[in-house]
Design a protein around this ligand. Sequence first.
Ligand code: HMG
Ligand code: MG
Length: 299
Amino acid sequence: MFILPNNVTIIEVGPRDGLQNDKKQVDTQHKLTFIRALQGAGITEMELTSFVSPKWVPQMADAKEIIAKTQHIGRQFVLAPNAKGAELALEAGVRSIAVFVGVSNSFNEKNINRTTAKSMEALQAVIATLKAAGVFVRACISTAFYCPYEGKINPEETLALCHWFAAFGVDELSVADTIGMANPQESYDLFKTLKEELPNVLLTAHFHDTRKMAMANIFAALQAGIDRFDTSAGGLGGCPFAPGATGNVATEDVVHMLDTLGIQTGVDVKKVCEAVQVIAPYVSRSIDTGMYRLFLNGQ
Ligand code: HMG
Ligand code: MG
């Protein structure tokens, strides 16, 4: 018998992870329509955008406008890599902020231009400020399983980083298979240990689907007691500084699987597909997820 939760929370990352790496610069108005359509599909937690350097990630340069023009129901996150990003997010009135760091030093240097240790040193003060301001803090842990530059990551290093963030008071850890290389055993083992060792932090799994292993990894994580998953409508996504990181696992496909297992998400697959249809003409990738293909065929 499988051990499955009754409810799962979907954290939609399409407007951020999905669009940050697209070859096309998506117009702010189309992003807003996409976000609203996703909220209308029942998504209550979403990464809307990032306060990062526009020189590094031009696709997120309209963060301030995105925040000003969206409704902040549930938890609507922005990403912030450093004190400046957190400051801009607070000024914009954001109440849920995601900091991010790589377990792998090589990846962190490419992504944030700092060693992992330097990033963490700086983030300690950022997290303290955010918690004092009553903000919900999520920490995204990149290269938790594999790194595009260093290969397999020792799980002990990932666990140490997660413990460090928990000790500094983050509310949630989103643990990521950045380049989609983990297998279900690795997923189960890491999430089982995290569940046992960090019972007071919300634990979320973030799978990129490079090798079509994400769904199997999610099923393994469910067995380990995980009931929060980052997913991206249309399977869009990828990090500009992680070569080989194709899209995230698709929201519509994950919600469909959970629906068939009788697990409640509050998210409507058809409406997610309608949201995908809203953004599809403006992204460079052709979208071909299982449920979106059926939707286009009228099924
Ligand atoms: P840096 O060049 O070392 O920054 O970049 P700096 O501190 O030396 O500052 C240089 C300039 O950038 C200054 O402006 C700063 O004010 C400005 P200037 O004086 O030259 O005019 N600056 C900023 N502007 C806006 N927002 C900021 C900010 N910080 C400094 N927050 C930096 C360091 C961290 C800024 C840069 O490397 C950066 O923006 N990196 C972001 C990379 C990124 O967004 N990656 C994708 C998200 S992570 C991801 O996708 C993984 C995830 O999905 C999980 C997974 O799958 O693994 C979460
Ligand atoms: Mg990602």
